[in-house]
Design a protein around this ligand. Structure first.
Ligand SMILES: Nc1nc2c(ncn2[C@@H]2O[C@H](COP(=O)(O)OP(=O)(O)OP(=O)(O)O)[C@@H](O)[C@H]2O)c(=O)[nH]1
Length: 366
């Protein structure tokens, strides 16, 4: 099985590895039934050694199933099954099975190999099996080799098996290609569903999920978090005076600037239009206010330009900590109220204004 297949889930949410496991169980069960039935038939037909050998293989397959049931180790189960099947086919070719029809079972091997291993390993194992068959066919006097096949059979056997192997290889390769393309497509769709196209930040839906996750974490562990709701001031004027493209450029530049200022663990999202929300895990109100102030000052100190013209860009922000809000709704409402207050107080500022902040500014101005 290909490496890429191992970590993926099917549309119904089941991992492919689980599907392979289920298939392996079915294959093993079928193999046991077949081996028991054909072994019994051989035994009744007087080929008791052949019958006993097939029964022994059915016991080995059953033991492998039991081993998997106890250990849950799929890799060992797959490898062991391949070894058992490989030994069985070697025996069937060497002994000829009943009426020299043993090699016919070999046709089961190519699809099974490609399904259980990847293309490279499957091809290598198939080549080894071809070599083994060639040796058995060519040297019937070898120890343990009891069958002899006529030339016509050998040629037809190799020709048809080669055709089947190439066919299986091409099918598996195109299946893998199509599957990888689907996975890439699903990934890019998933990314697009979470991302704001213009700024590359998380979009509102993604932020809502992250807020819910953070709130659950807070409920479980009591670890505080804060949010900052940020709005670009008089953004309509920028659009009106410099054009929509200039407005878009401001949104992009601001997003990039914000990402350089916040911590890696903080998450910034475009909440809608010219509004942004930053989620600050493990952050108190005071720390969040400090970060928001740093952002405000950073924006005020940055030269936003479009088409050689300087654009007047400032931000206002409302900050709130979960410590001051019992629910997510309340947290967002309070941040919105603070943002409104910041706008009302003249824009280019952060709210709430806590005493320490006021004090610092008062100290600075004296
Ligand atoms: N260029 C651009 N403009 C946008 C985008 N999304 C929203 N806007 C504009 O943002 C402007 C927001 O204007 P308002 O809600 O009046 O707010 P404001 O002009 O920022 O004023 P205050 O918020 O009170 O400071 C509107 O003109 C929207 O068209 C966008 O993706 N690109």
């Amino acid at each position: 099985m290909s490496r890429a297949r191992k970590h993926n889930t099917t549309p119904d949410g089941e991992s492919e590895e689980t599907q392979v496991s289920r298939l392996l169980i079915w294959l093993s069960a079928m193999a046991i039934a077949f081996l028991l039935a054909i072994g019994t038939k051989a035994w009744y037909a007087g080929h008791s050694t052949h019958g006993y050998t097939l029964w022994t293989f059915s016991v080995l397959v059953a033991l492998n199933m039991l081993l998997f049931a106890f250990t849950g180790n799929r890799v060992v189960q797959k490898r062991a099954l391949l070894v058992i099947v490989g030994l069985l086919f070697t025996y069937l070719i060497a002994s000829g099975g009943e009426s020299n029809t043993g090699p016919l079972w070999f046709y089961v091997f190519p699809p099974l190999l490609f399904y259980l291993t990847d293309l490279k390993a499957g091809t290598a194992m198939l080549l080894f099996c071809f070599l083994l068959a060639a040796v058995v066919f060519q040297f019937p006097q070898l120890p343990m080799v009891t069958a002899e096949y006529d030339t016509d059979f050998k040629i037809r056997f190799f020709a048809t098996l080669t055709f089947e192997s190439i066919f299986c290889f091409v099918l598996e390769a195109s299946r893998l290609r199509a599957r990888n393309r689907l996975i890439d497509l699903a990934r890019s769709h998933e990314h697009a569903a979470r991302t704001d196209e213009l700024t590359g930040l998380s979009n509102r839906r993604d932020m809502q999920n992250k807020l819910s996750a953070e709130f659950s974490r807070y409920q479980r562990s009591g670890r505080y978090f804060s949010i900052a709701l940020i709005d670009l001031d008089l953004f309509k004027n920028i659009n009106d005076r410099f054009g929509h493209d200039a407005g878009d450029a401001v949104l992009r530049t601001f997003s990039a600037l914000m990402e350089t200022i916040i911590r890696q663990t903080d998450i910034a999202a475009r909440w809608g239009g010219e509004e942004f929300l930053v989620l600050l895990p493990d952050t108190s109100l005071l720390q969040a206010l400090t970060l928001a102030e740093r952002l405000r000052a950073g924006v005020a100190a940055t030269r936003f330009e479009f088409d050689g013209k300087q654009l007047p860009v400032t931000i206002s922000a409302g900050v709130c900590s979960i410590a001051n809000a019992s629910t997510l709704d309340n947290l967002l409402k309070q941040a919105d109220i603070h943002l409104y207050n910041a706008k009302e107080a003249g824009r280019n500022q952060i709210a709430p204004r806590v005493r320490s902040q006021d004090d610092m500014e008062a100290q600075r101005s004296t």
